[in-house]
Design a protein around this ligand. Structure first.
Ligand code: ZN
Ligand code: ZN
Length: 202
């Protein structure tokens, strides 16, 4: 049997100033990632825009040790859905179902962030075809995160984590260990297949 090797440590939920409610600049993000001793990948998940990802990935080309995953935290009618591996926004306003179809058509990954926090989609998660649940979000309470973990177990989905950082101090507080190569498609595949472990630097 193949032995797991959680070689990648990736923060799957970070905002840049292009989110409007966040302060992190693309340059700060790239510098911090390059300087970090072991977190070497990040998914840029700005609210309803890909511009932050575009700027960050441009700057990241100067560094060989870091990986930037395209993502969007999409606003749907009753909360947020994170999609990864996609470099275009869905059309708005979007229903959850249409965002999921949009993502699957493009072979992306659907993550349900902070299901029981404010702007989480809650129990609706049980009725949709997501790929993973964010069970560790530092902006959610312990109880909300625990509920998310129970949900993931109930509907049998992989558990992932991200800092949901909107400022520099919040970066990397939670991240995901991934059994994959340092390559976007391999990481997305590993998330879908559950070759992931949640972790925290707190
Ligand atoms: Zn959110
Ligand atoms: Zn967020």
């Amino acid at each position: 049997m193949r032995k797991n090797n959680f070689a990648q440590a990736i923060d799957l939920h970070v905002h840049t100033k292009f989110s409007g409610d966040a302060k992190i600049t693309p340059k700060e993000l790239v510098d911090q990632l390059h300087a970090h001793p072991f977190i070497k990948g990040v998914a840029i998940t700005d609210h309803d825009t890909i511009r932050g990802y575009e700027e960050v990935s441009k700057l990241a080309k100067a560094f060989e040790d870091i990986l930037i995953i395209p993502g969007i935290e999409v606003s749907v009618e009753n909360g947020h859905i994170i999609i990864l591996g996609i470099e275009e926004c869905p059309t708005y306003p979007s229903s959850i179902e249409s965002v999921i179809d949009f993502t699957k058509e493009r072979s992306g990954v659907v993550i349900i962030p902070h299901p029981y926090r404010e702007l989480g989609i809650g129990d609706t998660s049980e009725d949709i075809e997501a790929d993973a649940i964010e069970v560790l979000n530092p902006n959610a309470t312990q109880e909300e995160n625990k509920k998310a973990e129970n949900l993931a177990r109930k509907i049998n989905l992989p558990c992932v984590a991200g800092s949901d950082a909107h400022s520099l101090q919040e970066m990397w507080l939670a991240y995901t260990k991934v059994d994959a190569k340092q390559e976007v498609n391999d990481i997305l595949r590993a998330i879908k297949n559950g070759r992931v472990k949640v972790a925290s630097t707190r």
